[in-house]
Design a protein around this ligand. Structure first.
Ligand SMILES: [Zn+2]
Length: 161
């Protein structure tokens, strides 16, 4: 989840220039090559702009990270659930959704998205549960120790069901 304190006019790579109203944005994605390294990349300010999300995170702050660990890509299913929440508005057509049929993997909310409701919906749809990464500090160095520890625990759980 990303917060924007003020509205922005931003170029998102080949998707062009878009007006982003202030508020909360939920971005869904998968990191089949490794969650910890992907999250570290998202939180690092110095990087080559490659994904659509890179353009947004140059200007906006990551407020919360929720994750699930497993073999399947769940981003599109999560997206459908999020879109049904009150106040959800798809943001920037095509954002993060080059390889699927979703209109966008970025959803805007004017008020804090109901992530407890999201967890409940996962349960109802028999989807794996998500967990919130430990409280985020603005310093990404803190996360360097937090993420591998959490990912390590989950991997262990998966290995010994
Ligand atoms: Zn999708």
């Amino acid at each position: 989840m990303i917060t924007l304190g003020v509205g922005l006019r931003l170029r998102i790579g080949k998707l062009g220039i878009h007006n982003l109203p202030h508020g909360y944005y939920v971005y869904v994605g998968s990191a089949l090559g490794g969650l910890a390294s992907r999250l570290r990349r998202h939180l690092r300010s110095e990087k080559r702009l490659h994904w659509h999300i890179d353009y947004l995170l140059r200007q906006a702050a990551v407020a919360q990270i929720w994750y699930a660990i497993g073999p399947d890509k769940l981003e599109c299913k999560w997206n459908v659930i999020l879109r049904n929440f009150p106040g959800a508005t798809p943001s920037i057509p095509g954002f993060g959704a080059s390889d699927c049929r979703c209109s966008s993997h970025l959803t805007h909310f004017q008020v804090t998205p109901p992530l407890e409701l999201f967890k409940h919906s996962l349960e109802q749809n028999n989807l794996p549960q998500v967990y919130q990464l430990n409280e985020l500090n603005s310093r990404s160095t803190d996360l360097d120790c937090t993420i591998p520890r959490i990912v390590g625990q989950q991997t262990d759980v998966l290995a010994h069901p």
